[in-house]
Design a protein around this ligand. Structure first.
Ligand SMILES: [Mn+2]
Length: 316
């Protein structure tokens, strides 16, 4: 029996890669808020793999040990996600800070032919230790996946890059550091910022982004959601808010469009910071995003496997 409509829930309760801390409580908050039941209600099977091990007392370390701890968490995430994909499940990695994506992308890149990345975030996370104003590894996660950054991280699975930069698109960015912008331009990563999304419309922009990935022979996407892509005026539950973000309905429309136009092999839901989420709006938005992104797996399991067709070809 196919398990393509089975979601493997993987908690990564770690803020080793980001400051301020607090996103380490994210997975527990999402489970308490009923994430598993909500996913089952839309027809998905859920296999909860539990939480990956996280180094204890991790915040006592200095700069170097933060990178070592980030690597450790990413390796565990990669192991869990790899095991899920090997069983034909779709891993949903709950951050935790966004550096957990280094692990999920490493696993997906190794296992999924023609993988591309759709990175939805207020920040491109394309810094290197040389360009980063803060030194926080979560601001380097996508650069690491594209082969830029400290050697142990970029070679997490033994080869680099995990994903070629032409197979990466960024949606919703609006806070980009100067050196980071240089990195993006040199690498040739396509960025659709929040202004572009608002000017052209969510569905149109997703269509363009996926057409760009189709040109690079992408056949399945890793969807990485940083909840700080939302506007902090109404959805404040993140560690590094940036003004003028997306509404929850825009983000839901965005993941709906992605899931209708491309097979999703794997997904991250990162940076939920419960202490900042005073009325729970960010938690609720996160759950809706997961439901809408993954409900397409049920359709694919019923209609057809959906594998092997180029992305963007089945807009639906
Ligand atoms: Mn991020």
């Amino acid at each position: 029996m196919t398990q393509q409509h089975t979601v493997a829930l993987i908690g990564a309760p770690s803020s080793v890669g980001g400051l301020p801390v607090g996103s380490d409580i994210g997975p527990a908050r999402l489970r308490e808020a009923g994430l598993v039941a909500r996913l089952r209600q839309v027809g998905l099977e859920v296999s909860d793999f539990g939480d990956v091990p996280v180094p204890r007392h991790h915040l006592r370390g200095g700069y170097r040990s933060r990178f070592a701890n980030t690597e450790s968490v990413a390796r565990w995430v990669a192991k869990y996600a790899w095991r899920a994909i090997a069983q034909d499940m779709v891993p949903l990695v709950l951050g935790g800070d966004h550096s957990v994506a280094m692990g999920s992308i490493a696993a997906a890149a190794q296992s999924v032919p023609g993988l591309g990345v759709v990175w939805v975030d207020a920040h491109p996370d394309f810094n290197t230790p040389e360009t980063s104003p803060t030194g926080n590894p979560h601001g380097m996660a996508l650069a690491v996946a594209a082969g830029l950054g400290p050697l142990p991280l970029v070679r997490l699975m033994g080869y680099t890059p995990m994903v070629h930069p032409e197979r990466i698109v960024i949606l919703g960015a609006r806070s980009i550091d100067a050196g980071e912008l240089d990195n993006l331009r040199r690498a040739g990563v396509q960025v659709y910022n929040s202004e572009y999304l608002h000017d052209h419309g969510v569905r149109e922009t997703v269509g363009e982004a996926l057409a760009h990935l189709a040109d690079a022979q992408v056949r399945a996407v890793h969807l990485s959601i940083d909840l700080d892509v939302l506007d902090p005026a109404h959805w404040p539950g993140v560690s590094t808010p940036a003004d003028d973000g997306l509404t929850a309905s825009e983000l839901v429309a965005l993941v709906d469009a992605v899931s209708q136009m491309a097979p999703i092999s794997s997904m991250d839901l990162a940076e939920l910071t419960p202490a900042e989420d005073v009325e729970g709006a960010t938690t609720e938005a996160a759950i809706q995003v997961a439901e809408h992104a993954l409900a397409s797996l049920v359709r694919q399991a019923i209609d057809s496997p959906g594998r092997g067709s180029p992305v963007g070809a089945s807009a639906a």
